[in-house]
Structures are given as structure tokens and as C-alpha cells.
Design a binder for this molecule. Structure first.
Ligand code: ZN
Length: 361
């Protein structure tokens, strides 16, 4: 059986496109109900906040992007949207708008699902569990690389259950994207690099896997080439390169799906030590030179060209329990590890092999 693949149906792309957000909202407003904005807290008081096309009754919620979205926070946001007038009087939102990096984009996706589906966020962590179409949603990325703008999931941590799993569903996808490279101008350099590298990782892992799809391969090859052009140039954050990175994230996001060894080790770091996804990926690839020799070489060259330093020693002097958590949080990802190394992946990634890699970080 071949997969029936959905893409985001509409996008507007171009420098300054953010000015069109009000136009995109106008047909939605004819349905009545407020527009509900989820804004990355980075933009609190920023000129971007001043340019939101707000009307009476609209809501603005700030997403703290220093932590990844957590299920109880999603439930709290959903309750806050429902409690505010006029939604509390039975008028559903006409649109949910996510503006920010992966955390803000994914928060908006998760809340939009919960506004039309009963229960709590954790009830929908998994595959094809969302029953009803979400509230219409517009995604406005302000950081490039995660592919959250076009993925069919929203990554959610569930701390009590020690689970990091999204709501994988076609309903989770945005209905409309607004891609404006001007919005990434003020991203801190290191964050720009580590997040951009997420696209590189998704695509090199896909291209080295055994679960393949010719269209995904074509998209991945192009996204990897664009990453090399950007990060091996003199200034990864020039106007042209920020525009190119926004395209690479979108193209690479459409290709993302079957990752390999980088993402499992990165997930271990995320669960055990709360290392941010983009940085954790880089730390992982840095110790996978035997499995991804070519990508590792390219990655080291990009780090050097951009003058970005990887933190060192983050796994030194951990307790045996923490090492165990790193190992368990990595090896649990059987599907990507099988994609990369085959069903006998445990013969290569023995406990000692995995722990030795973490100790080198
Ligand atoms: Zn990723």
C-alpha cells in the first residue's frame, strides 16, 4: 500500500508577506468568531506584535518557547481559549494563527485540534487519533528548519508518562502558510544554525534509510544542497540565505518522516537532559561519524565556516541513572533505528556503544 500524502494546500511566500495576514484572515472572519493568535514569547512587545491584524474579541496567547510544548500546557491554552468571550458564549474561533518557531507553531496546531475534539491533549498522542477536522489554521514561521510549518504532527512532551509524541494526523496540518523571510532577521545566530541543521538532519537521515519514497528523496536531495549552500557560504544569515533557509525548511519538512540514528540519540538528550531539539541533533551527529561519514564531514565544515561552537562535556559526570535514561530514551525509537541500520540495529548500537557516544559529547 502506498501512502496517501497530504501537503499544506496554500502558501504565500516572499519578503514582507507578513503584511498580508489581515487579507488572509478576512474570508475566515465572515464565519464569525474571533481569531486566536499563538505568538512566540520572543515577540512580546516586539514590532511584529504591533503588526498583528487584531479585531475586537480576538485573543493573543504567548507561547514560552524555551521549553518544548507539554500536554498540560496545551490543555491550559485550550481552556483559556474556551473561557474567553465570545468563545465562551458558543461562538467558535474563526481561525487559529501560530506565529513563531516550532514550539509556537506546534502549540497552535495542538490547540486547534482540541477545540473541535473532546478530551485532553494526551488522548491524541499517537497516530490517526484525531476524529474531527481542527479549527482552520494559519502558520507563520519565524525560525527556519524544524519543518513544523508543513508537518502532520505537533511534538508534545508528556512528562509524567516520559513520552515525547505528537498528534500525527492530516488534521494537524496547517491550512495556510505565510512564509516571510524578513521574520527571521532577528534570530540569534547559534539558534539559527542549530534549527536550520534540523532540516539537514531530517534529509540526510531520510536519504540514508531503507524506507524510501522517490518524491521524498527528490525533496531531500534539494534541501540538503540548499543547506550546504547556506552554511558553507560566508554569511548564513544574509537576506538571500534566510530566504533560502525558509524554502529549505519547507521543502525538507515535506520530506521529513523516516529519520535514522540522529533523531533517536537527540530524543535521548531531550528526555534525559532537556537539551533543545536542534542542538541535540548536532551533538548526536557529531558522534556518528562512523554511521554518517559524509554528512558528518559536511556538518563539521559548516560549523567551522559559520564559527559556531558546540558545547562540550554535557554528558560528563552524569549519574548511572541519567546514563540509563539517555540509553533508554534513544533505543526506544525502533522504527527510525531499523530504517537506518536494519532490524538488528541492537547488534551495532549495543548499550556500551551508545553510552560511549554519549560520554564523548
Ligand atoms: Zn527534527
Amino acid at each position: 500500500m502506498y501512502r496517501n500524502t497530504k501537503n499544506v494546500p496554500y502558501y504565500v511566500f516572499g519578503r514582507g508577506a507578513f503584511a498580508q495576514l489581515g487579507d488572509l484572515l478576512r474570508p475566515r472572519r465572515e464565519h464569525g468568531g474571533p481569531a486566536v493568535f499563538f505568538l512566540d514569547h520572543f515577540f512580546r512587545g516586539h514590532e511584529v506584535e504591533g503588526r498583528l491584524p487584531l479585531e475586537k474579541g480576538d485573543q493573543v496567547h504567548y507561547v514560552d518557547s524555551s521549553e518544548e510544548p507539554e500536554v498540560t500546557r496545551i490543555d491550559a491554552f485550550t481552556a483559556a481559549v474556551r473561557a474567553a468571550a465570545p468563545v465562551a458564549d458558543g461562538v467558535p474561533p474563526c481561525c487559529v494563527i501560530g506565529i513563531g518557531g516550532g514550539a509556537a507553531l506546534d502549540t497552535a496546531k495542538a490547540v486547534a485540534n482540541l477545540l473541535t475534539n473532546p478530551g485532553r491533549a494526551e488522548d491524541y498522542q499517537g497516530w490517526e487519533l484525531v476524529r474531527h477536522p481542527a479549527v482552520y489554521k494559519i502558520g507563520v514561521p519565524t525560525l527556519s528548519g524544524t519543518g513544523a510549518e508543513c508537518s502532520r504532527t505537533c511534538v508534545l512532551t508528556n512528562i509524567p508518562k516520559r513520552l515525547k509524541l505528537g498528534m500525527n494526523s492530516d488534521y494537524t496540518m496547517y491550512d495556510q502558510l505565510l512564509l516571510d523571510p524578513e521574520l527571521t532577521r532577528t534570530v540569534p545566530r547559534d539558534q539559527y544554525f542549530f534549527t536550520g541543521m534540523d532540516t539537514f538532519m531530517h534529509c540526510i537521515e531520510t536519504l540514508h534509510g531503507s524506507f524510501r519514497d522517490a518524491i521524498v528523496d527528490a525533496l531531500s536531495v534539494r534541501a540538503v544542497d540548499m543547506c550546504a549552500e547556506i552554511f558553507l557560504s560566508d554569511d548564513m544569515m544574509s537576506d538571500d540565505n534566510r530566504e533560502k533557509m525558509m524554502i529549505a525548511s519547507y521543502v525538507g519538512g515535506m520530506a521529513a518522516g523516516n529519520v535514522g540514528v540522529v533523531h533517536p540519540l537527540s530524543a535521548g538528550l531531550g528526555v534525559a537532559l532537556h537539551v533543545h531539539h536542534g542542538l541535540a541533533n548536532c551533538l548526536a551527529l557529531n558522534v556518528l561519524e562512523d554511521i554518517y561519514p559524509e554528512a558528518h564531514r559536511q556538518f563539521r565544515a559548516m560549523l567551522e565556516r559559520q564559527g559556531v561552537a558546540l558545547p562540550e562535556g554535557i554528558c560528563r559526570d552524569l549519574s548511572p541513572e541519567q546514563y540509563e535514561e539517555l540509553y533508554a530514551g534513544s533505543i526506544v525509537h525502533e522504527k527510525p533505528l531499523t530504517n537506518a541500520l536494519g532490524p538488528d540495529f541492537r547488534k551495532i548500537l549495543t548499550r556500551e556503544n551508545v553510552l560511549e557516544r554519549f560520554r564523548r559529547m
